[in-house]
Ligand binder design. Structure first.
Ligand SMILES: [Zn+2]
Length: 255
C-alpha cells in the first residue's frame, strides 16, 4: 500500500493523454482565499496541481510536462528516456534525481530546505563532500550543478509556473533592474494595470525566491495582492462599485 502525504511530482510528455487516462482534476484554481490560487493549465493558466482518485483515495499530483520550462526541455526529454524502476514505477535515474533536486532548491525555491538536503546526501555517488549542511558544501553543490548544465548543453530556464524562482537568466534582461535583482518588472506593472492579482502575487513570490535586494517590497506586494484576492472572493470590490452606482442613480432621481 502507498501512503502519500505530499504532492507527487510527475513528468509527462503528453499531458492530454495523461489527463484522459487518469481522470486528473485540476482543483487549485478554485479558491481565491488560498495562497496558491491562480488559473490552472486547462483554464488558460499555469497551475498544474491536480488530484487523481486511486483506490477511492484522492492523491495529489503536480503534472509537469515537457516544454513547461520547469527544467530545460532537452533535460526533460532525457529524464523520460533514461528512467529506472523502483517498485515497478518509473522514476528518475540517480544522476537526474541528484541534479534536479539541487536545481529545484537553488533555482525554484531560492534556498536549501533541510529535507531536500537529506535526500541529496543519500545520493552518495555524486557527492563531492562529507555531507553536512553548510555554506561551503552548498557552494560545491551549486558548482556541481553548473558543471552538469554546461557539460550537458542544457540551460537554466524560466518556468511557466510564475510562482517559482527563475534566477540568472531573467535578471540579465535589459528591461529589468540588475542591481536590485528584479525580474519580470514589466509583467508586474501589467498585472497591476489589468488587476490580475494572482499574477502580482506569484511574480512577487518569484522575486522573493530570486533573492531580490528589494525582498521587503515584494513581501508587501505579495500580501497586498492576497488581500485584493480576498476582497474579490467576498465580492467586496464589486459591492463598492454597486454602492457608488446606486448612490448616483438615487441622486439623479431626487434631483
Ligand atoms: Zn523569469
Amino acid at each position: 500500500m502507498m501512503m502519500v502525504d505530499e504532492d507527487i511530482d510527475i513528468l509527462v510528455n503528453d499531458p492530454y493523454l495523461f489527463e484522459r487516462t487518469t481522470k486528473a482534476q485540476y482543483y487549485k484554481h478554485l479558491n481565491e482565499k488560498k495562497s496558491y490560487y491562480a488559473p490552472s493549465v486547462n483554464n488558460g493558466g499555469y497551475k498544474v496541481g491536480s488530484q487523481i482518485i486511486i483506490r477511492e483515495k484522492k492523491i495529489k499530483f503536480d503534472v509537469r510536462r515537457v516544454g513547461d520550462d520547469y527544467f530545460y526541455h532537452k533535460w526533460q526529454k532525457s529524464m523520460l528516456d533514461n528512467y529506472i524502476f523502483k517498485n515497478n514505477v518509473k522514476i528518475l535515474n540517480q544522476s537526474d534525481q541528484f541534479y534536479s533536486l539541487i536545481y529545484h532548491e537553488i533555482i525554484h525555491k531560492g534556498f536549501f530546505r533541510k529535507k531536500s538536503f537529506k535526500k541529496i546526501i543519500k545520493l552518495k555517488p555524486f557527492l563531492k563532500f562529507q555531507g553536512k549542511k553548510n555554506s561551503k558544501d552548498i557552494n560545491i553543490l551549486k558548482e556541481q550543478l553548473n558543471d552538469f548544465i554546461f557539460r550537458s548543453a542544457y540551460k537554466f530556464v524560466c518556468p511557466k509556473e510564475f510562482s517559482l524562482g527563475c534566477n540568472s537568466n531573467c535578471l540579465k534582461n535589459k528591461y529589468n533592474f540588475n542591481f536590485f535583482k528584479v525580474s519580470h518588472f514589466k509583467e508586474m506593472i501589467l498585472s497591476i494595470k489589468q488587476l490580475k492579482w494572482h499574477l502580482l502575487k506569484d511574480l512577487s513570490l518569484r522575486n522573493i525566491k530570486n533573492s531580490s535586494n528589494l525582498k521587503i517590497i515584494f513581501y508587501f506586494l505579495y500580501y497586498f495582492s492576497r488581500i485584493m484576492l480576498y476582497l474579490k472572493y467576498f465580492g467586496i470590490i464589486r459591492f463598492k462599485f454597486m454602492t457608488v452606482y446606486t448612490w448616483l442613480n438615487l441622486k439623479s432621481l431626487f434631483r
